[in-house]
Design a protein around this ligand. Structure first.
Ligand SMILES: *Cc1c(COP(=O)(O)O)cnc(C)c1O
Length: 397
């Protein structure tokens, strides 16, 4: 089937919840993907931060194929070998103590919200259930996580929303202090905001948030669904700051392309959950966890996080050179290979032009180009991206 045929069938049968670009991707290898008409693209969207090892990394694909022949599913009524292995890897790398597995970022945050409330109820009583989150944040699309998301456009049409969420501006410690009440049980934030437009937390701010949490019996929850697992040039974004959360949520890159999410917590906090308090039929299933073990192992063995740090600086240096030349670039933000280019106009035209020239990029909030390439990207691939971007910017003037 061609792009056009697939789009016609898709419009007929698939629910209309995405503004999709007019191509269907059918194959991927490394940082490159192919559409149904055989056109090839360099992928700087990276499956929205999922394809951190590039597409179809052989270690991940082989592990999936092998596990698919051993055991696909058995339920959490039993111990699951790849789940135990993945939990050990995540605990050792994160410095947190226990892992709960689910299937997506929203579910990981949902689990974090439930754990924070349960923990607060046990230790402080039934009124301490409020969670403060940040404006411009994104935490998922379930009812609780869309409510936690500090952007009104995601709330519209879905009232009544669950109680107990408050929003404050990001990087504003006074606003946070003013919002804290005796009923606040947790602060939830992304150390680097993703969907909101790539906004990076300030060092002093995170330090102060942590101190505020400790002084008020509140848990600190970091949503590292997008910025975690090497994306920013460290295993976890929080490691740049030396501010360790009580709870950490992960998903996106965790399965090397396979759906899986995880919620990690410190021992004391994790003990807020007892058998029966939370569960997921597919959470931590053998297939997804085998993919996760393979992905985390490959990230280690191939030093992709060091590469993310190096290629991130290289990319930002090249973007800065473009900014010096083209005044339509207002600001460049980011850490590692999580990069945003804030324009002084809508970015749709640039996204469109780049795609036609063989480069996939993404635009958030209308005027912010967001780049989430594989972490094992090469300097040649970065150069290729920059050359097409430059053409696009030259055309925009
Ligand atoms: C993508 C994302 C989510 C939601 O993850 P899903 O897998 O789509 O449910 C939550 N938080 C952040 C920071 C994200 O980027």
């Amino acid at each position: 089937m061609t792009n056009e045929q697939l789009i016609i069938e898709g419009k007929k049968y698939v629910m209309n919840t995405y503004n999709r670009l007019p191509i269907a991707l059918v194959k991927g290898e490394g940082a490159w993907v192919w559409d149904a008409d055989g056109n090839k693209y360099l992928d700087f969207v990276g499956g929205l931060a999922v394809n951190s090892l590039g597409h179809c990394h052989p270690k991940v694909s082989d592990a999936v194929a092998l596990q698919a022949r051993e055991l696909l599913h058995c339920s959490n009524l039993y111990w699951i070998k790849p789940q135990v292995e993945l939990a050990r890897i995540l605990v050792e790398k994160s410095g947190l103590d226990k892992a709960f597995f689910c299937n997506s970022g929203a579910e990981a945050n949902e689990a974090a919200i439930k754990l924070a409330r349960k923990y607060a109820k046990i230790h402080y009583g039934p009124e301490k259930f409020e969670i403060i989150t940040m404006k411009r944040s994104f935490h998922g699309r379930t009812l609780a996580t869309l409510t936690a998301t500090g952007q009104e456009k995601f709330h519209k049409g879905f009232a009544p929303l669950p109680e107990g969420f408050k929003y404050v501006p990001f990087n504003d410690i006074e606003a946070l202090k003013a919002a804290v009440s005796p009923n606040t049980c947790a602060v939830l934030l992304e150390p680097v905001q993703g969907e909101g437009g790539v906004y990076v937390a300030e060092q002093e701010y995170l330090q102060q948030v942590k101190e505020l949490c400790e002084a008020n019996g509140m848990l600190l929850i970091f949503d590292e669904v997008q910025c975690g697992l090497g994306r920013t040039g460290r295993w976890f974004a929080y490691q740049h700051y030396g501010v360790k959360p009580h709870i950490l949520s992960l998903a996106k890159a965790l399965g090397g392309g396979v759906a899986i999410g995880a919620m990690l917590a410190r021992e004391e906090v994790a003990s807020g959950f007892q058998p029966g308090d939370h569960a997921s039929t597919f959470g931590g299933n053998p297939l997804a966890c085998a993919a996760g073990v393979a992905a985390m192992t490959a990230m280690d063995e191939e030093q992709v996080i060091t590469n993310a740090r190096e290629m991130g600086s290289y990319f930002i240096k090249k973007l800065a050179a473009l900014a010096a030349k083209y005044p339509l670039i207002k600001e460049i933000r980011g850490k590692g290979l999580m990069v945003g280019v804030h324009l002084n106009r809508p970015g749709a035209g640039i996204v469109d032009y780049c795609r036609k020239q063989g480069l996939l990029i993404n635009c958030v909030g209308r005027d912010i180009l967001r780049f989430l390439p594989p972490l094992n990207i090469t300097a040649e691939e970065v150069d290729y991206c920059i050359s097409i971007l430059e053409e696009a910017m030259a055309r925009e003037g």
